[in-house]
Design a protein around this ligand. Structure first.
Ligand code: NDP
Length: 506
């Protein structure tokens, strides 16, 4: 497929006469209030692929006002769950019907290999389907209280939700946020990453065509400190849901204090992948690669620290390096590609700075460290990289690099493995590889992390909760937990003995 053929995919987006992709605010396709635009870059080639409207604060405020009106006066929050479910099922079907197009747009805009973006589109469709199903399931409880009272709860939508998502899974993160929020009857303003807005805009078209009432969804494309900050600060926004870096999460949390918004944060990680000597050797090597190099390491739950049993360390590292060197790094549109580029020139420079730092800190570079052999001249490619001989104090061991850089930490005892694994301010994910079932359970229970795996890494299910301990976040997405995060719980008491209380004598 040629680049011009791929670009024809973009022609389905709503654009201005000048070819600028428009935002979706209150059911209208609109340019920025000041006419501002931003160039979008293909990470695989470094070429400009198009332009998108760059929201101003005024644009974000317009979306918020429309959302407020839609929630307070509109029918969406009062619709029957059955009708909301029907609409979300239609979105799932429409995503599947347009799956190839969505995958290609995502690959063009985010650089991810087609096999990853195809999986993302399928996961997004299933996420909408899961929450469509959940919308109509029972959500309240009744309580046996010591009084003549029928006491029960109902779950109600929170209101206007600002949803800020990053560039590593642009469509999937939008689905994780929109599906539960809309299923519960909320209205949403989605702020995609400034780098990767295209699939979110295309998704808004599907919602428009499916008949979502205007104002219930807006997609505001613009910079985080402008459009994102407006959402986080506005007193007309009732909840902020954010996925991204921990320092941005902190900023958003502070901005949200004005009206004490509900917040859910899915932040970074430096997740441990523990391999014991008795693990199935080839399986553990294979998953160690998947843990760090899937998504080019730009995955919040990446297994970026390999905590390795010193009884097998030399043999394991030799095999790991051998296999890492065979990973095919290249353009996401090439079906042979196994690992794509980093998202931007700026991010590539950041990851390269970490590699230089690792060397200067005294870690031993045993694989990669630079551009992969044979990579295209342009595009933001980096070879799979591995550091050994690390210490727990090194910054490459402590900080989230968010690239294809694995650090190896060795241990001698189970207790040492657990201590190393938990020696981090993060707590998103972690895994253990061993054939000793009791040890597997012991170690996983000892991990201070929200998502854990035994003898596997990375599988993620719409049905199960996703989120972090410690500085990896607040709240949970997915599953029934993700639905609950978009609801308020109301207690209702019905007096079953209608007579005066007798509290006051007179
Ligand atoms: P950010 O956390 O900055 O971006 C995530 C989203 O937040 C984007 O939509 C961004 O907008 C928006 N945003 C940025 N600043 C603000 C703000 N002040 N108020 C409201 N919204 C804001 O991630 P980066 O893209 O800059 O990546 C930085 C690091 O974050 C990465 O190197 C990685 O370590 C981590 N990260 C973690 C992710 C995860 O899944 N846990 C995902 C992405 C990044 P805009 O795109 O316009 O900046």
């Amino acid at each position: 497929m040629t680049v011009s053929e791929i670009r024809t995919e973009l022609e389905r987006l709503k654009t201005s006469p000048e070819g600028v992709a428009l935002m979706y605010i209150a059911g209208e396709w609109t340019a920025a209030s000041d006419g501002g635009t931003r160039d979008l870059i293909d990470p695989g080639t470094g070429e400009t692929i198009g332009r998108v409207a760059e929201a101003t604060t005024a644009d974000a405020l317009r979306a918020i006002a429309a959302a407020r009106a839609a929630f307070d006066g509109g029918p969406w929050s009062q619709t029957h769950a059955h009708d909301r479910a029907k609409l979300l099922f239609r979105i799932a079907d429409a995503l599947e019907a347009n799956a190839d197009e969505f995958a290609r747009i995502e690959t063009l805009n985010a650089g991810k290999p087609l096999r990853e973006t195809e999986a993302d589109v399928a996961d997004a469709a299933n996420c909408f389907r899961y929450y469509a199903g959940l919308a109509t399931k029972p959500h309240g409880e009744s309580f046996d209280v010591p009084a003549p009272s029928q006491t029960f709860t109902v779950r109600e939508p929170i209101g206007v939700c600002g949803q800020i998502v990053p560039w590593n899974y642009p469509l999937l993160m939008a689905a994780w946020k929109l599906a539960p929020a809309l299923a519960a009857g909320n209205v949403c303003i989605l702020k995609p990453s400034e780098l990767t807005p295209l699939t979110a805009l295309r998704l808004a078209q599907l919602f428009d065509e499916a008949g979502l009432p205007h104002g219930v969804l807006s997609v505001v494309t613009g910079a985080g400190p402008v459009a994102g900050a407006a959402l986080a600060e506005s007193h007309d926004v009732d909840k902020i849901a954010f996925t991204g870096g921990t320092s941005t999460g902190r900023t958003i949390m502070q901005a949200a204090t004005g009206n004490l918004k509900k917040i859910s944060l899915e932040l970074g990680g430096k997740s441990p992948n523990i391999v014991f000597a008795d693990a199935d050797f080839e399986t553990a090597v294979d998953y160690a690669l998947l843990a760090i190099y899937a998504g080019c390491g730009q995955v919040c739950s990446a297994g970026s620290r390999l905590i390795l049993d010193s009884a097998i360390d030399d043999r394991f590292i030799a095999r790991l390096v051998e296999r890492a060197q065979t990973i095919v790094v290249g353009n996401g549109f090439d079906r042979a590609t196994e690992m794509g580029p980093l998202i931007s020139a700026q991010h590539l420079e950041k990851v390269e700075r970490y590699i230089a730092l690792g060397r200067s800190e005294g870690a031993k570079l045993v694989c990669g460290g630079g551009r992969p052999a044979g990579a295209a001249d342009r595009g933001y490619y980096l070879a799979p990289t591995i550091f050994t001989d690390t210490t727990p104090q090194m910054r490459i061991v402590r900080e989230e690099i968010f690239g294809p850089v694995l650090v190896v930490q060795r241990f001698a005892t189970e207790a040492e493995a657990i201590a190393l694994a938990n020696d981090t301010p993060y707590g998103l994910a972690g895994a253990v590889f061993t054939q000793d079932a009791a040890r597997a359970h012991r170690v996983v229970r000892a991990l201070r992390a929200g998502i854990t795996w035994i003898n596997t890494y990375h599988p993620t299910y719409n049905e199960a909760p996703w989120g972090g301990y410690k500085q990896s976040g607040i709240g949970r997405e997915l599953g029934t937990y993700g639905f609950d995060e978009y609801t308020e719980v109301k207690q209702i008491n019905v007096n079953l003995a209608i007579e005066p209380s007798g509290w006051f004598a007179g």
